[in-house]
Write a protein that binds this ligand. Structure first.
Ligand code: AMP
Length: 285
């Protein structure tokens, strides 16, 4: 397994692959890899000859220093997991100065409002950080295709917007959410949950499933109140937001309109651990 720490040798290796007409895929991650990440890698391997997995805990997308500090870092295990998965993989695990130089700060982006709701509203500067790092990775790797999980659905739409606005020649591919047996969306942060929190956190997905059921007959307002009520006395989880939004614009729903797709989104805390999840509500899936 080749592990690149520097961009120059990585670029040279990629160019050599491209000269042999190989299709290059990129899967950006922050490491502490789990089966959700692996599902992206597997999807990438289906249509790419060489897949680069970047592993970098990007400081500029964290608005909470404690969250950044506690974010799990397990590079040796990550390498082992990917080694077992395929020999068509390369890892890019650079130190911060390789991507940022001496100045660790974000570029500012306008994603036509996609960045102003939900994660953008509750995590200050988050999507400027995401935009900055994704753009840099795209510039270094110049992949034909890049794979992002629907687990971070807002991020996926923002990366699509970034690509469209900057006219980057990369195809963005969204991949379905992988879940634990109890329905909890897989996440590197799940490793920090204790046994009770991990069990109770399945409530997030249960609520989303019920939301999808209610969406057939009830108004968005009704569902909003219902979800708030469900979380009100929950022993472990604290709701940060619940939204029903248009899948394309991520604008909060006013009333259901024919021909539009909607998704429900939840962010909730178990102790100091922040969890997010979402679900398609109508004919999208
Ligand atoms: P992260 O390491 O959390 O930044 O995630 C890296 C990529 O993996 C992102 O595109 C995520 O959306 C995706 N991802 C993380 N968890 C899951 C999951 N449970 N199912 C599908 N994709 C995921």
């Amino acid at each position: 397994m080749q592990v690149f720490k520097e961009k120059t040798p990585l670029k040279a290796a990629i160019n050599a692959e491209k000269s042999k007409a190989k299709i290059i895929g990129l899967v950006p991650t922050m490491g502490a890899l789990h089966h959700g990440h692996l599902s992206l890698v597997k999807q990438a391997l289906q249509s790419c000859d060489r897949v680069i997995i970047s592993i970098f805990v990007n400081p500029t997308q964290f608005d909470n220093p404690a969250d950044l500090e506690k974010y799990p870092r397990t590079l040796d295990e990550d390498i082992k997991l990917l080694e077992e998965a395929s020999d068509h993989l390369w890892i890019f695990a650079p130190p911060a100065n390789e991507l940022y130089g001496e100045n660790i700060s974000s570029e500012q982006f306008n994603f036509d409002g996609l960045e102003q709701v939900m994660e953008g509203k509750y995590r200050n500067g988050h999507f400027d950080g995401v935009g900055t790092i994704v753009k840099r990775l795209f510039t270094i790797v110049e992949p034909h295709k890049a794979f992002f999980g629907e687990k971070d659905f807002q991020q996926l739409q923002i990366v699509r917007k970034l690509t469209e606005k900057a006219e980057l020649p990369v195809e963005i591919i969204g991949c379905p959410i992988l879940r634990e047996d109890n329905g909890l969306a897989r996440s590197s942060r799940n490793e920090r949950l204790d046994k009770e929190q991990r069990e109770e956190a399945s409530f997030i997905y249960q609520t989303l499933l019920k939301t999808r059921e209610l969406f057939g007959t009830k108004s968005a307002d009704y569902i909003h109140n219902w979800v708030k009520e469900q979380f009100k006395n929950h022993p472990v989880l604290k709701l940060e937001y619940f939204e029903i939004a248009n899948t394309q614009t991520l604008k909060k729903i006013n009333r259901k309109r024919k021909g539009h797709n909607y998704r429900a989104f939840i962010a909730a805390y178990a102790g100091d651990i922040r969890l997010i999840d979402n679900i398609a509500l109508n004919n999208e899936e």
